[in-house]
Design a protein around this ligand. Structure first.
Ligand code: NAP
Length: 286
């Protein structure tokens, strides 16, 4: 247990209900590993109290905090400034407090990109992506890929209108690189053959529905890079199919760790011990 004293820099997680989160253990172990006098604590806060809590934190000994469900959008009204990428995504998951001034960021998409680049060795700019899903995680990933110079982003979602809305936002806010793919095998097949990377951002295949797969496995070309942001199970059915076809796979645990690593970097200015953070999360997942 870390010793907390008057010089300790606090970091928190604001959400409601908080339930189980890997973040406190992952960050506290990382602070301890680097010998940093920081402490991460979970703070359950209602929507009604969020503005008062955010204002109070800005006056206290906090380096910053994470925000989770259901406050990722509402917190934006409580901050002094918002980073352009978080503004385009429309949600904040990380806040930095500096001299009483708060700035909001979104590290989810950056976490995805760092995981993809580290685990495959590719650079994300100039590539073609097929993203399955158009929810909150898809927004963060697609906007970040567009900001980083993706050549093409195909979006395919069960509720097609949500894919159209997201594609229109990417095309107007960042660059005209996004196109909707209808949820029909022939259309998905054509897009996935053009794609350098296939990304599942839906919850399909998540425990306990581990036999489910977000697209027909027969449509996946040999040797494709396939990412699944679902991290329970660690190797989803989609990843197993891709691996059997000699694809390079990117499991979802990486996004979880790297989004935290990016927040850690912003709060401390130090290079996070990513291996230690992976170890903590793997141990907690069991
Ligand atoms: P969300 O905003 O609720 O979006 C859910 C997405 O999944 C939507 O596109 C939804 O389609 C689709 N979907 C859900 N059930 C489906 C089904 N039966 N068939 C087809 N599509 C279905 O959720 P989110 O925050 O984006 O999270 C999505 C998943 O990513 C979750 O499993 C979450 O645990 C995981 N995640 C992982 C990380 C990480 O760090 N690895 C980070 C964030 C999220 P509709 O629009 O048609 O409803």
């Amino acid at each position: 247990m870390a010793v907390v004293d008057v010089n300790t820099k606090l970091v928190g997680l604001l959400g409601n209900p908080l339930g189980h989160s890997f973040s406190p253990a992952m960050h506290n172990k990382a602070f301890e590993t680097l010998g940093l006098n920081y402490f991460y604590l979970p703070i359950e806060v209602t929507a009604e109290d969020l503005p008062a809590v955010a204002a109070g934190i800005a006056k206290m000994n906090f380096a910053g905090y994470n925000i989770t469900i259901p406050h990722k959008i509402r917190i934006m009204d409580c901050l002094d400034a918002i980073d352009p990428l978080a503004l385009a995504i429309g949600a904040v998951n990380t806040v930095i407090v500096e001299n009483g001034r708060t700035t909001g960021y979104n590290t989810d998409g950056e976490g995805f990109v760092q995981s993809l680049e580290t685990e495959t060795g590719i650079a994300v700019g100039g590539k073609c992506y097929l993203i399955i899903g158009a929810g909150g995680a898809a927004r963060a990933i697609a906007m970040t890929l567009a900001f980083k110079g993706a050549e093409k982003i195909f979006l395919c979602n069960r509720t097609e209108q949500k894919a159209h809305d997201l594609a229109a936002e990417i095309n107007t806010k960042v660059s005209p690189c996004s196109e909707v793919v209808a949820r029909e095998p022939a259309r998905i097949g054509a897009a996935v053959r053009q794609a350098d990377v296939l990304i599942n951002t839906t919850s399909v295949g998540m425990h306990p529905d581990e036999d489910r797969i977000p697209i027909d496995g027969d449509l996946i070309p040999n040797g494709l890079i396939v990412s699944d942001i679902v991290y329970n199970p660690a190797r989803t059915k989609l990843l197993q199919v891709a691996e059997a076809k000699n694809g390079r796979i990117v499991p979802g645990l990486g996004m979880l760790v790297y989004q935290g690593a990016e927040a850690f970097r912003k709060w401390t200015g130090a290079e996070p011990p990513v291996d230690v953070m992976f170890e903590v999360v793997r141990a907690l997942k069991g």
